[in-house]
Structure formats: structure tokens, C-alpha cells
Write a protein that binds this ligand. Sequence first.
Ligand code: AMP
Ligand code: ZN
Ligand code: FE
Ligand code: FE
Length: 293
Amino acid sequence: MVGVRIDLHTHSTESDGTDTPAELVATAIDAGLDVIALTDHDTTAGWAAAERAVRDRAGSGRFQVVPGAELSCSCPDGSGRKITVHLLAYLFDPNAPALAREQSRLRAERRERLYEMARHMAGDGFPVDPDAIMAGLPPDSPGGRPHLARALVNAGTVASVDEAFAKYLGGRGRYYLPRTDTPVHRAIEMIAEAGGVTVLAHPFATARGPVVTADVIADLTGRGLSGIEIDHPDHDPETRARLRGLAVELDLITTGSSDYHGTNKTIRIGQETTPPDSLDRLIERSSGSAVIG
Ligand code: AMP
Ligand code: ZN
Ligand code: FE
Ligand code: FE
């Protein structure tokens, strides 16, 4: 696997990315990647289309997709408060009952939340149509704030998705609504029960909001967390160095990923990558679903 380029965190139109799963596979191949993980928020609906896209390319070089998902979880921050952390889950059985039920609950809640946020903005005179936003989503998919941000861009209210978050939709924004996230210990347990492995996404991305302490990461490791995402666009060099020290101390698998969302973010796919031996270790620890391709 030496020289293999791996990006273990991407989003498709099944959640809040702008590439369909098939387009995502094509984009990744064009970018010179050999492996991507498809990690849509709270859904595995894109796995089948990604698998078809990989199969359609048979004979024109090996390309693999690691099936995955990203879960928003509530987590003690280490100083008495609860905050949101993101867990990346890989190689789990998508039909494991507890996890499938929780993902379904989260998708329904996300759609209601998106509708309410849009309704609130429309009520205040913003040129967004809640029903049109919902109609633009695939059935049973999780809506997210980027969908509302995109509607605001299309209406000319803001120039970019980032501006929509900064002005209206961020955690302290006027139109922000919270979700009932899964408690992180339970999430790790459900993913393990489904044969999957977990990696804490962008653990020290302070620009997004409050983050956990190193002690919390140690606690999560004791409960079965397998790795941490270190090379992520939201981590500066000092943060990466701190996380690398922590990974050595706790014997955590280290990953790097772009968190590509298509045109909803300015990040390029493959901008950050994962060492091949890290992927090998994640595969070794999993038993729920195989790598596609
Ligand atoms: P939600 O899932 O509805 O809570 O929205 C969070 C999603 O929006 C995540 O996928 C983030 O990557 C994305 N996001 C968060 N902050 C920003 C931002 N400032 N600009 C663009 N996308 C963002
Ligand atoms: Zn997202
Ligand atoms: Fe995330
Ligand atoms: Fe993400």
C-alpha cells in the first residue's frame, strides 16, 4: 500500500456535499487518489451508488471506497459542560439495528430542524422557501445547515456558505437550532457492536466552537475509540503536533482527511491524506463491512 493516497473523510449529496457519490468517486480519481472514505452525516445511503461507481470502473485501475459515516455526538468537554464532537465511523454493518435506528432518528430530527431554521428565516423576511429546500433533498436524507446556507447564497443574501454560517447559522448565530446528538460513549459502543471502528473527527478544531480536552480523548480511548483525525484543514501546525503527541501517548491510529463537501467548502479533495498503515490498522480492527473495490 506504499504510495497510496487516501482521504478518509468526504461528503456527498446524500448529506451536505455537492457531488453525488458517483461524482465523488470520479473527482477523487481525477485528483489522483486511490482510496476515499464516504462519510456522510447520519446516513449510509450513498454506499450503494459509490459501489456501483467503483464497479463501473473495473479494469481501469484499482480504486477503493471505505464505507463510513460521520456522527454528531454530545460529549463532556472535560470541564463540566457538554459539547458536540464528530465521530467518524468506518466499516460497520449498516443494518445493525441499534445504529440504524439511531441514524434514522437523527435524519428525521435534522430535517425538522432544517425546516424550522428556514421557516424562522423566511418569517423574518429572508428570501428562502422552506418547502423548496426540503423538496431538493433526497428522500430520507439528513438535511444540514449547508442546505440553508446554499439557499441564502442562491437568493443573493450572502456571497458564500461561509458567510451564511458567520452571519446567521453558526452556533452563536440568530437562526441556529441545536440537535439531540447521540451521547458519545453510546455512539462508540453502537458502532463497535456493528463491527465498525471509530475515529474522532477534527478534535481540536477550535474555529468551529468549543473542543474537548486531552483527558476526554483519553477517556474515549478507554471506551473503544480507535483513532484521531490529525491532518484536517481546521488544524494548524501546532495543533497537529499536540495531537500527534497525544496519539503516541494513547496509542491511537492517526488519520488525515480533507472533509471535502464539494462546492459547499473551498477545500480540495485529497488536500490532506491518511498514511496507508493507519488504514490497514483500522481495517484490522473492524468486522462489520468490507472496503469496496
Ligand atoms: P449541521 O450538520 O447542520 O450542524 O451543519 C454542520 C455542517 O456544516 C458540517 O458539515 C460542517 O462541515 C459545515 N460547516 C460548519 N461550519 C461551516 C462554515 N463556517 N462554513 C461552511 N460549512 C460549515
Ligand atoms: Zn457536512
Ligand atoms: Fe465534522
Ligand atoms: Fe465532515
